[in-house]
Unconditional design. Sequence first.
Length: 366
Amino acid sequence: MPSDVKKDPNATAPTDSVETTPIEPPSVKLIVRLFLIPSVIVALAVGVMFLIGMMAGSPSSFEDALGRLKRPGGGRTADWLVGPGSKQRYIDAKTLVDKMKAGMTGAERIEIGKDLTDILDNFTQEKEGDVRHFLLLALGRTWQIEPRKDGETDEQFNARLMNSTAAVESRQHVIQTTLKYADSTEIRSRKAAVLSMMYWAGRPEVKTLLPRLIAIVRDPKQDLDVRMAAATVLGPLGDRDPAVIDALQWAMRNADEREIELVWDSALSLAQMDQADVSDTILQLLDRTYLSTIKYYDRESDPKNPAMRLLSEQEQQRILINAMIGAAHLKSSPAVQAAITKLTASDPSPRVRAQGAQLGYSPKKT
C-alpha cells in the first residue's frame, strides 16, 4: 500500500514558492465520454428490463389474479413457445396458491371454491398444464385445516373447522371437481389433482378420496408419476386404514426395477403410519452408500429414450431429506431413529443436517 512506504527523512518538504502546472479543464468531448454515454446505456438497460417485466407479468392481488384468469388468453405463439399472456396466467395461478396460505374465513372459502371450479372448468385448456397445476393445488387448499394455535381450546379449534351446511356443500363440490381432474387425459393435471388431495388431511371428506387413491396405486396401467403421487398422499391421509396399508404394501411387492421410486414413496407413507415392516427399506433411503450405487428409471432427461441411471448428489440429498421427514414418524424402529440422528450429526450436506435439526434430532439423541 502507498501509505506503507517509508519516507526519506532527508527529503525536503515542498514550499509555496514551487510553481505548479495549471490543470486544464475537461473538454466537452471528455464529459460526453465519461458521463453522458454511460448514462444513456444505463437508461436503455433499465428500459429493456422494464419492458421485459411488463411482458412477463408481475405479482398482483388475489382479486386481480382471479379476474384475469377468467379472461381469454394464455395461447402459445407456437406449439412450444409460451407467450406473455400464458406467462401472466401462470403467475396469476401461482398467486392464488401463495395468497391462500394466509388463511380465510368460511364465506371466503365458499366463494373461492366456486371461483376456482369455474376457472378450471371454463377458462383453462388441457395444454395449460402449469396453470391447471397451480389452480388444482389452490383448490385443494380451499378447505385445508389450519394448524392448531398455541393455547387454543377444543371449542375454538372446532369452530374453525367450519361445518355449516353451506361449508359442507362447498366441500362436496370441491371434492367432486378434484376427482374429475384426477381422471384428466393430461398427466400433469391428474398428478396435480392427486397431490391436492393431501390438503384434505383431518377432514371427514378424506373417506371419499381414499378409494380413488388406492385404485391409482394398484393400477399398473396408470402413469408412474401419478401412482407415485397417490402413494405419497396416502401417508398423511391413510390414518392406518387397513385398505391403505394393504395397497401400499402391494405396490412395494409388485413394482419392478423401473418403478423403484414407487417403492420408496410407498415405504415412506407406511413409515408415516409407523409400520415397522418397512424399516429395512427406510434404512436404505437413509444410507449414502446405497443411494450412491442404486439406479432409477430416468424418464425426464430424455423422454423419448428413458434409461436407468445413478442419482445425482442433489437427488440424493432430496431423497435423504424426504426420508428423514417420513421416517421421523417410525418410532417403532430404533435403528431408523439412530440413522436419522447420525445424518443430522455428520452428513456432508448442510441441507440434510439442517433438516434433521429441524425435526428435533441432535448428535446426543439416542
